[in-house]
Design a protein around this ligand. Structure first.
Ligand SMILES: NC(=O)c1ccc[n+]([C@@H]2O[C@H](COP(=O)([O-])OP(=O)(O)OC[C@H]3O[C@@H](n4cnc5c(N)ncnc54)[C@H](OP(=O)(O)O)[C@@H]3O)[C@@H](O)[C@H]2O)c1
Length: 307
């Protein structure tokens, strides 16, 4: 297939582009700087510069492509999560950006749109498994993601194939937040967002990249893209400590995070998310079924990374 990727230089994009090229797809990817363009070319993609808010230019760029993969995001640094202003860029990308991309894809005759979203949209379900039939919870920070999902559904309503990928917590090389959490674990601090018995569903970046390539063969719809074994937040912190190779002395902030309210609710709620539907629809399987293995591989990869 001829595939156009936005966000191809980011955490999931930098794994998705090589996965798509590796599956013999012809990849065009949006680059915002000459350095990023060079990195994409290095990965075997053709780099182009276009604004994700410019429908006309996007339609021209998408011409001749079979699929568009929208992985553009601007999530603020964790230290900025509490500031409403810090989410503005991401909200605009999620709402106006995804609308422009879908309109342009319809105009350009593209058959398929893949839209990045998150599984942290679901309501807190304790230890109950969560599948795609559970209605999303439209809390304030979720609105951008829900708008992007609605645009992908609009693409399907136009008789094309819109696929929404609800990723779990990203971790692995290139996922900045996760690298910061591992650095804290190396200082004996285990990050636990909310009650320790609550569940977190995560996905290693390599598996997220492979899932994007697999989703080119998925039917229209919404799919959870997480690993096979959501862990309690207590066990997740233990997996981090084991990967860091040092004992965990402190678990923070724990229940106190609930005091931060809506701004961090996507992180504090308990989400035991099932990937069964995506596995069945695409045959995809995670190389790291559990964060226990994935974090060890991540720590090793980061240690090997040239400084
Ligand atoms: N599911 C999850 O858990 C999840 C989801 C997203 C992010 N995160 C975490 O949050 C950290 C920061 O995230 P991030 O959102 O900055 O993502 P990122 O992974 O660093 O990359 C975002 C991608 O979107 C592109 N982009 C941003 N603004 C754009 C715009 N206005 N027009 C076109 N493309 C644009 C970026 O291009 P440039 O390379 O040119 O900047 C980049 O390719 C990540 O490293 C990861 O740890 C987690």
């Amino acid at each position: 297939m001829k595939v156009f990727v936005t966000g191809g230089t980011g955490a999931v994009g930098s794994h998705a582009v090589p996965a798509l090229v590796g599956d013999a797809h012809t990849v065009t990817a949006l680059a915002r700087t000459p350095e990023k363009a060079a990195a994409l070319t290095e990965q075997g993609a053709e780099a182009v510069s276009v604004s994700i808010f410019d429908r006309r230019a996007l339609a021209e760029a998408f011409a001749g492509h079979d699929a568009v993969v929208n992985l553009a995001t601007a999530i603020p640094p964790m230290t900025q999560f509490m500031r409403a202003k810090a989410w503005r860029d991401n909200d605009r990308i999620r709402t106006e950006g995804s609308a422009a991309i879908v309109d342009a894809a319809i105009e350009a005759g593209v058959d398929r749109v893949l839209q990045e979203s998150v599984s942290m949209l679901y309501p807190d379900r304790g230890a109950e498994w969560v599948d795609e039939d559970v209605p999303a919870d439209p809390f304030p920070i979720a609105r951008g993601n829900l708008a992007a999902e609605a645009n992908a559904d609009r693409f399907s309503d136009a008789g094309r194939t819109g696929v929404v990928l609800r990723f779990g917590w990203f971790y692995g090389p290139g996922a900045r937040h996760s690298e910061q959490i591992l650095a804290l674990a190396r200082r004996h601090v285990g990050v636990v967002m909310g009650p320790a018995a609550g569940y977190v569903s995560s996905i290693h970046m390599a598996d997220a990249g492979a899932a994007v390539a697999a989703a080119l063969h998925a039917p229209a719809g919404t799919f959870n893209v997480v690993d096979d074994e959501p862990l309690t937040k207590r066990d997740y912190a233990r997996a981090l400590a084991a990967a860091a190779g040092v004992p965990m002395w402190l678990r923070l902030p724990g229940r106190a995070a609930l005091l931060f309210g809506d701004r961090v609710t996507s992180l504090t709620r308990s989400l035991r998310v099932s990937n069964a539907r995506f596995r069945a629809a695409t045959g995809w399987a995670p190389r790291y079924p559990s964060a226990r293995d994935g974090w060890v591989a991540t720590a090793t990869a980061l240690d090997r990374r040239p400084h």
